[in-house]
Design a protein around this ligand. Structure first.
Ligand code: BES
Ligand code: MN
Ligand code: MN
Length: 461
């Protein structure tokens, strides 16, 4: 039986297992669901053991557990490959606008609807099927490369304990190549490999003025208004060219190479369709001098996520509010550091806060951006594997979203190769998240070919 035949022959079992896993609401952001995150880890470890992994265990952290599974190659000198994914999911409630219960996975015309179907349980599970397919096709009891799966349980909460887990367990992991299975490809009929993810850091800004709300008749015009000051600070985050004004913000940004710009320009991009996917946004907008894809993938951003303060209830209330608040976040690109961006934000805020007001910044811990070299042997092997599974030329993309990829690469000291079959249309983080089962099966095939390609390439380094 060849790889494709094995994958097709096991598709019903694969779909049924994924559905079972998707019933577990492993929402890491919700303390009430932490028992379910633990249950999800147990489910996965048991499933991987059942499918043949000689080792599959739950790895505790200070927070929620990861799953570690290992299947050694027959040849102890074969390359060691680590697959990263996550088993926690975003929150989801029927009332958010789902057509089905988000944790009662529903199959309609080959599409499986449910929270985590694409991000990321479906993309974790296809690796288990791909590995079995690879061994079945080779009639071998062990894979051609040593395969480790490390499936995190706190990715959707910013991976607060993952770097520590990697550092503690480094000696057990030591991969030659890290395969990331938590991103997207360009389109169902346009396979592609991602070359990097953006980093992310968030902060809350509070501007404080008088010790209480003031009557705007008695005091208005005489003291600074915290809401005005905050609005001006936020408006000043960008200049007229759409560039972020924080001091030194672009200093560590690795510019896009001409090669990468040419590759991105080859993607069949329709701005009209993209705007419709972008919630029917009225026009594209952003930093001058860059295309839309360059802006969302390879350029950093500053976004105001929310702003509040003063009177927002019914009717007028003529006050100068005592306080104003905003939440902001920054998407970062290699080699920007979250801590340096927060330091620049503090400098900016303190230099431009009007006399008589006090501004404070509380920051999240952030994740770093990453970028893999286009000419890396691991990327080349991934590209050949995807080409074999999809039978089409594989293009290159980047990803605007974020994860702990930079920690994986730096702490474990190995190159990254992104192999994923998600689509931007999968509605990840939104109501009616879904995945096409047929796409996951192509993912399983890609994974199977990838083990062959990496074994043939020797190390992939
Ligand atoms: N899988 C996503 C990252 C992603 C987003 C890939 C969009 C492809 C397209 C990941 O699970 C995610 O949601 N990351 C968060 C990170 C945050 C919670 C630290 C993000 O990007 O907002
Ligand atoms: Mn994800
Ligand atoms: Mn996600």
């Amino acid at each position: 039986m060849d790889i494709r035949e094995f994958v097709e022959a096991n598709s019903a079992e694969f779909g049924a297992s994924l559905r079972e896993w998707l019933t577990i609401p492993s929402v890491s952001a919700d303390p009430a669901r932490h028992g379910d995150v633990r249950r999800s880890a147990q489910w996965l470890a048991a499933y991987l053991r059942k499918t043949g992994f000689p080792v599959a265990e739950v790895w505790e952290t200070r927070g929620l557990p990861a799953v570690y599974a290992h299947w050694p190659a027959a040849d102890p000198s074969a390359p060691r490959v680590l697959v990263y994914g996550h088993h926690d999911v975003q929150p989801a409630e029927l009332a958010d606008g789902w057509d089905f219960d988000p944790f009662e996975p529903t199959l309609r015309q080959g599409k499986l609807y449910g929270r985590g179907a694409s991000d990321d349980k479906g993309q974790v599970l296809f690796h288990a099927l791909g590995l079995r397919a690879c061994m079945a096709a080779a009639a071998s009891a062990a894979p051609p490369v040593s395969v480790t799966m490390l499936i995190e349980g706190e990715e959707e909460s910013g991976s607060p304990n993952f770097a520590e887990l990697l550092t503690d367990r480094k000696d057990q992991l030591l991969p030659d190549v890290i395969v990331i299975s938590d991103t997207t490809m360009w389109a169902a009929d346009v396979p592609s490999i991602c070359l990097g993810t953006r980093g992310l850091v968030d902060a809350e800004i509070t501007v404080t003025g008088p010790s209480r709300d003031l009557h705007s008749g008695s005091f208005g015009g005489g003291v600074p208004n915290p809401v005005h000051a905050l609005a001006a600070l936020l408006a000043g985050l960008h200049d007229a060219d759409g560039r972020v004004t924080l001091p030194g913000f672009y200093d560590d940004v690795v510019p896009l190479s001409d090669t990468e710009r040419e590759l991105l320009a080859r993607l069949p991009f329709s701005e009209k369709e993209w705007l419709s996917d972008a919630g029917d946004s009225g026009a594209a907008y952003g930093e001058a001098g860059y295309t839309t894809l360059e802006r969302i993938w390879a350029r950093p951003t500053a976004e105001v996520n929310g702003i509040w303060g003063g009177h927002t209830g019914p009717g007028p209330k003529t006050i100068i509010p005592a306080r104003a608040h905003a939440k902001v976040s920054f998407r970062l690109v290699a080699d920007q550091e979250p801590a340096a961006v927060i330091a620049a934000l503090r400098t900016y805020i303190s230099s431009f806060t009007p006399n008589g007001l006090v501004a404070s910044v509380t920051a999240g811990h952030g994740v770093r951006p990453c970028h893999s070299a286009i000419d890396s042997p691991a990327v080349a092997a991934a590209r050949r594997a995807m080409q074999r599974a999809f039978g089409r030329e594989v293009l290159f993309t980047r990803e605007g979203g974020s994860g702990p990829e930079a920690d994986l690469a730096d702490i474990l000291g190995a190159p990254l190769a992104f192999v994923a079959v998600g689509l931007d249309a999968d509605r990840i983080h939104a109501p009616n998240e879904y995945v096409d089962l047929s796409r996951l099966l192509r993912g399983a095939e890609t994974a199977a070919y990838l083990w062959e390609e990496l074994a043939a390439a020797g190390a992939g380094r």
